[in-house]
Write a protein that binds this ligand. Structure first.
Ligand SMILES: NC(=O)C1=CN([C@@H]2O[C@H](COP(=O)(O)OP(=O)(O)OC[C@H]3O[C@@H](n4cnc5c(N)ncnc54)[C@H](O)[C@@H]3O)[C@@H](O)[C@H]2O)C=CC1
Ligand SMILES: O=C(O)C(=O)COP(=O)(O)O
Length: 529
């Protein structure tokens, strides 16, 4: 196997490069490439993995040129610079490092709060200019003040803990914050209006989504206390910068600490130059510790995926641990082959499928297995489908997917049975993995058999009459088609029978026509695995 190639297109800690190298991955470290859209577009087609921070924009256009790309690793939290639906549609996994920089970012928000409360940056500039303006820089105490946290997830919770340690009262607005968690954190869970009314300081810690965009606008500012101070270390776009600037100018808002901006890099902003506004250039995650954490983590996660198929912290795929990947791999193969078997035989519109997981396999990561099965099922019908995008593709096509898990076993310790419903009929196929780690088909349309999956196969249904097998064998022999395995099964004497034959090479159209013309044949199909 040639080594996978990874491009690092943002400024990640060099430790990431070392991790990739140690794992045997061919890595290109080009920390400025992310800022050069055209150069990145020209280069991306050569890579299996892309490691980024926030400067690289993984747009639909870029992904369209990323013909080999399997994984995007975000060394950080926010993935608003990645078009995740476009990546999913192309079967590209998007992973992040959800905790590696949260403490650092929370600390930055707290630092901003102090900087704004005591006007430290302006006082510093004045002092170093030799002015000694002791009366100009009156501050406010933090103790006893109310901090309003909008978005109380990982970072918001750390900010809450630190603020409580500083003897602040904390109120939080987060529709997904449970009452128990609020009690555990020691925060008052409130609605947004109450937070705006009560808070002396407001800090934002939500992702940027359609629901959170412009969450702080003129109407929200109008509900705030006079003298409020607003901190944003989450994302530009959560606050309408013009509206906040107006609030500062008219004296309603006493100060603001901003690390993130609507447009980045921010060369100008309505907030720049206003009194008691402290700005940093998206430094929330920029500490040695956090950058080391996220770089190592993203490089390990990407290597695990590219080398072993293990999935961690993906936004568009269920997790699969490295240990699990070993156990799961033969079942992933089986699920994909069963899906493929049914997909290759399906000739009318798919309505829905039911997947039964029985025995040991029912306790595995069936979400991943279902994704693999769907990929196998849809691949004969659609191009560019894989485990990442198959569930979305199936949903988009209105294919209902039911999963049934059962612990009870049949004669096989464990098996997967797939039932496919099309416009015209219902068909089921079941398989298992033997102790040799190889997959076997154990049942087709209720008929028992025991067949391996091979690269070239012939699937025949026929009426169970004497002489058929002889005629088929003679025909294939005469056509120089060498039979590797021959598997037979039937519903009952004289009824429908199935032959599944593995042959040593491709079967051409002329041979297939002759097979179909044999007496007793109902259906004959070539299958590839
Ligand atoms: N300045 C910087 O360098 C950094 C900024 N960030 C930003 O911080 C954000 C938060 O990070 P985490 O705390 O790790 O994420 P998280 O996912 O743990 O927490 C986000 C919280 O926001 C809440 N939320 C979602 N929609 C909401 C709404 N409409 N109103 C109120 N709350 C809502 C969620 O329920 C969740 O609890 C990230 O999305 C990222 O954009 C993260 C790291 C560094
Ligand atoms: O992790 C995040 O969401 C951040 O915003 C950090 O961004 P950065 O990696 O410093 O460009």
């Amino acid at each position: 196997m040639t080594a996978p190639r990874v491009l690092v297109s943002d400024k990640l800690s060099p430790t990431a490069v070392q991790v990739f190298k140690d794992r045997g991955i061919d890595v290109d470290y080009q920390p400025d490439l992310g800022k050069d859209k055209d150069a990145l577009l020209a280069a991306i087609g050569d890579y299996d993995g892309l490691a980024i921070r926030s400067a690289t924009k993984a747009t639909e256009k870029l992904l369209g040129a990323a013909s080999r790309l399997k994984v995007i690793g975000r060394a950080g939290i926010g993935v608003d610079n990645v078009d995740v639906p476009a990546a999913t549609a192309r079967g590209i996994i998007v992973m992040n490092t959800p905790f590696g920089n949260s403490i650092t970012t929370a600390e930055h928000a707290i630092a901003m709060m102090f900087a704004v409360a005591r006007q430290i940056p302006a006082a510093d500039a004045s002092t170093q200019a030799g002015k000694w303006e002791k009366n100009r820089f009156m501050g406010v105490e933090i103790t006893g003040k109310t901090l309003g946290i909008i978005g109380c997830g990982n970072i918001g919770s750390i900010v809450a803990e630190r603020a409580i340690g500083l003897r602040m009262k904390v109120v939080a607005f987060d529709p997904f914050l449970s009452d128990e968690r609020a009690v555990q954190l020691g925060v008052d869970k409130v609605d947004l209006d109450e937070l705006l009314r009560r808070a002396d300081f407001i800090t934002l810690h939500t992702p940027l989504t359609d629901n959170t965009r412009n969450i702080i606008d003129a109407a929200a500012i109008a509900k705030m206390k006079k003298g409020v101070r607003v901190i944003n270390c989450a994302r530009g776009g959560l606050v309408v910068e013009e509206d906040l600037a107006a609030g500062i100018k008219d004296g309603k808002v006493a100060g603001a600490g901003f690390d993130v901006f609507v447009t980045e890099p921010a060369e100008s902003s309505p907030l720049f130059g206003l009194p008691n506004v402290v700005c940093t250039p998206h430094l929330g995650a920029s500490t040695t510790e956090a950058q080391e954490n996220v770089a190592v983590q993203v490089a390990e996660q990407m290597s695990d995926y590219l080398l072993d198929g293990a999935v961690t912290n993906a936004l568009n795929m269920p997790s699969i641990s490295a240990e699990e990947a070993v156990r799961l791999t033969p079942f992933v193969r089986l699920a994909e082959d069963l899906g493929s078997f049914a997909g290759q035989l399906t000739e009318s519109t798919l309505r829905g499928i039911t997947i039964e997981y029985a025995g040991e396999v029912a306790e595995m990561n069936t979400k991943a297995l279902t994704s693999a099965l769907l990929a196998g099922l849809l691949r004969p019908i659609l191009t560019e489908v894989n485990m990442v995008n198959a569930p979305v593709v199936a949903q988009g096509r209105g294919i209902a997917v039911d999963e049934v898990r059962q612990s009870q076993r049949g004669i096989f310790e464990t098996y997967i049975r797939l039932t496919v419903r099309t416009e015209r009929q219902e068909r089921s196929v079941a398989g298992t993995v033997f102790s040799d780690g190889k997959a076997r088909l154990i049942q087709i349309k209720g008929i028992s058999m025991e067949a391996s999956f091979g690269p070239h196969m012939l699937y025949i249904t026929n009426r169970d009459k004497p002489g058929f097998i002889g005629r088929l064998g003679t025909l294939l022999g005469a056509e120089e088609v060498n039979i590797a395995t021959f598997n037979l099964g039937r519903a009952a004497v004289g009824e429908e029978a199935i032959a599944l034959i593995e042959v040593d090479g491709p079967i051409d159209d002329a041979v297939l026509d002759k097979v179909m013309a044999l007496e007793g044949v109902v259906q004959a199909k070539r299958l590839r695995f």
